[in-house]
Design a protein around this ligand. Structure first.
Ligand SMILES: *Cc1c(COP(=O)(O)O)cnc(C)c1O
Length: 310
């Protein structure tokens, strides 16, 4: 799956307010790369999996929450590439009622069906998951593995994300992306031309992100919009859900509520506040995350809220 260079389509958004503000908005459909190894997770895994094979490791180990796009992407990509996978999952309680969890949680079910072995750990232990002593203890328990950090961000992940933009994208003067750990936007920044400005939309309250991203990039043509996290990671409002549903019905493009929905909401808001000059050509990266909607809709249903229409 990683042998050829994948280039995803740019799709223009045709909404009447864009004409009014004289803005072009396009979406790069990285979400269509694969149902489970979608968007930036494909990009971030590519060189890590090639490196794992080069090191002759037969197992990938990584970390994540119970609805993690990165966990399911690692499980499926590992399976497709003949590698075993281990997922260290936050939340010891999930392991107690495993069959019920698997029945209800499609993220963990798909990962499980792709052969991923799980270790469910307590939240306070999870916080220490990157310490050498924790890594040593799981090596003693589970054997050798190739380690991929939580969210998949490392040097090789950034290298993969440098392949998202192509020469044809040089006509855009703004490149927009959602941010979790910052790996994706770092790759985007590194591959832009100097006439392009990169705007990141953190999906969480992350004042630390600016400094972290700064360490990963060589250029200064980027900024963050930190007011579109909707309360924090995984948090949402009724307005966000309505926006995602309206956008789908207007454009046919489905956004996820954790990352891309917040980014597109932010872009539309900024356009309407005239924060993009007339004539701007904006390219927003659809980084995927659609697999998480099923689990998210279960949360909405429990609160008796309208669901995201898929
Ligand atoms: C993981 C993820 C992100 C965040 O990517 P980072 O490289 O961690 O910033 C953005 N969008 C989607 C859909 C994701 O799954």
């Amino acid at each position: 799956m990683f042998s050829k260079n994948i280039k995803s389509e740019n799709q223009q958004v045709n909404l009447s307010f864009l004409k009014e503000y004289e803005i072009e908005l396009w979406i790069k459909r990285e979400d269509l790369i694969h149902t489970y190894v979608s968007g930036n997770k494909f990009r971030k895994l590519k060189y890590n999996i090639l490196e794992a094979k080069h090191q002759q490791k037969d197992t990938l180990l990584t970390f994540g929450g119970a609805f993690s796009n990165h966990i399911v992407a690692t499980a499926v990509a590992g399976n497709l590439n003949g590698l075993k996978t281990i997922g260290i999952i936050r939340g010891e309680e999930l392991g107690i009622n495993f069959s019920k969890v698997i029945a209800e949680n499609s993220t963990l079910r798909v990962a499980h069906n792709n052969g991923m072995k799980f270790e469910f750990i307590q939240r306070d232990v999870y916080r220490k998951k990157s310490t050498p002593s924790f890594i040593k203890s799981i090596k003693e328990k589970l054997g050798e593995f190739y380690l991929i950090p939580e969210g998949g961000t490392n040097k090789l992940a950034i290298k993969g994300c440098e392949e998202v933009l192509t020469n044809e994208d040089e006509k855009f003067n703004y490149i927009c992306s959602a941010i979790g750990t910052g790996g994706t936007i770092a790759g985007l920044i590194n591959s832009t031309k100097s006439h392009q400005q990169v705007i990141g939309f953190p999906a969480l309250k992350g004042d630390f992100l600016y400094d972290e991203i700064k360490q990963l990039v060589t250029k200064t043509n980027w900024s963050l919009e930190t007011e579109y996290h909707f309360g924090g990671y995984g948090k949402f409002t009724k307005e966000l859900i309505e926006f995602i549903n309206q956008f789908k019905s207007d454009t046919g493009i489905l956004l996820d509520p954790i990352y891309t929905g917040k980014m597109i909401y932010g872009i539309v808001d900024k356009i309407k506040k005239k924060q993009f000059e007339k004539g701007s050509k904006i390219l927003a990266i659809h980084t995927g995350g659609i697999q998480g909607i099923d689990g998210f809709n279960r949360r909405l249903a429990k609160k008796n809220m309208d669901l995201i229409q898929v």
